[in-house]
Design a protein around this ligand. Structure first.
Ligand code: NAP
Length: 244
């Protein structure tokens, strides 16, 4: 086991997009950035890129729909580091067959929930014993403004026309995980928050997002590094608290 004084941070879906940028920026703070990725080739390439930038990192295979990979990842972290300081549940998908409730594909909704909700839940459950061994455990659930019931109910909200039932509901369910897990863990020192990256140019939206990836990573990084007097059980963007 390594005598790690650096923060040990696991980011799911970190081979590209916002997750990769979170890994890079947390790595630059001196953290050990564990790149969770489902593809060995893409995960190793991402880790090699960060290593070339001087970041202490390693690839860990993690397909969030496959419990065996989650259990194996936890076992590896236990052996190598003995604890986990930060879990960033970032892996997420949208689905072309998703749409408004009257037209969305039920199968697409199931597919989205498998990754965005059940995957995040399974990873959080499996990593929890390691997070409890940290002096300052943090779980950051990468949600979306599209998961806000309040925003969805407001016809004046700028993204009100984006009624993707499966995606939006998956992020609302992820927010419920944040609220309930934070309540369960309130006396444990482990803080759980949801963050909204904002509309960010990545493969997820065919790079239509208006923010840079660095801007999209900002809120997750802040909540990964949250001090002990910071909040738990909240929903935040880079500009402040978001409505549920
Ligand atoms: P992205 O570039 O498409 O990255 C998504 C990442 O998740 C990829 O690394 C992908 O791996 C991984 N992933 C997907 N399914 C997975 C699975 N079953 N197991 C493990 N990894 C999986 O998208 P992004 O925009 O960076 O999205 C990151 C997070 O931000 C998502 O949760 C998304 O919902 C959220 N978000 C994004 C925006 C935005 O505007 N971009 C806004 C709000 C919220 P592969 O490369 O193998 O597919």
């Amino acid at each position: 086991m390594q005598a790690a004084t650096a923060r040990i941070v696991l980011i799911t879906g970190a081979n590209k997009g916002i997750g990769f940028e979170i890994a890079r920026q947390l790595g630059r703070t001196g953290a050990e950035a564990l790149i969770g990725a489902r593809s060995v080739a893409l995960g190793e390439a991402a880790a090699a890129k960060l290593k070339a930038e001087g970041v202490s990192t390693r690839f860990i295979r993690l397909e969030v729909r496959d419990p065996e990979t989650i259990v194996a990842a936890a076992a590896l972290i236990e052996v190598e580091y003995g604890r986990l300081d930060v879990l960033i549940n970032n892996a997420g998908i949208a689905d072309r067959a998703d749409g408004p409730p009257s037209r969305t594909s039920v199968d697409a909704v199931r597919r989205i929930f498998e990754t965005n909700v059940f995957g995040a839940l399974a990873v959080a459950q499996t990593m929890l014993p390691l997070l409890k061994k940290s002096a300052a455990g943090r779980i950051v659930n990468v949600s979306s403004g599209l998961g806000s019931l309040a925003h969805n109910a407001d016809p004046a909200w700028e993204f009100a026309p984006v009624k993707l039932f499966g995606y939006n509901a998956s992020k609302a369910a992820l927010n419920m995980l944040t609220v309930q897990l934070a309540a369960e863990l309130k006396d444990s020192g482990v803080k759980v928050n949801s963050v909204d990256p904002g509309f960010t140019a990545t493969d997820l939206n065919a790079h239509r997002g208006r923010q840079t990836i660095a801007q999209g990573a900002e809120a997750a990084i802040r909540f990964a590094l949250l001090p002990d007097d910071g909040p738990s059980g909240g929903f935040f963007s880079a500009s402040g608290r978001e409505p549920w």
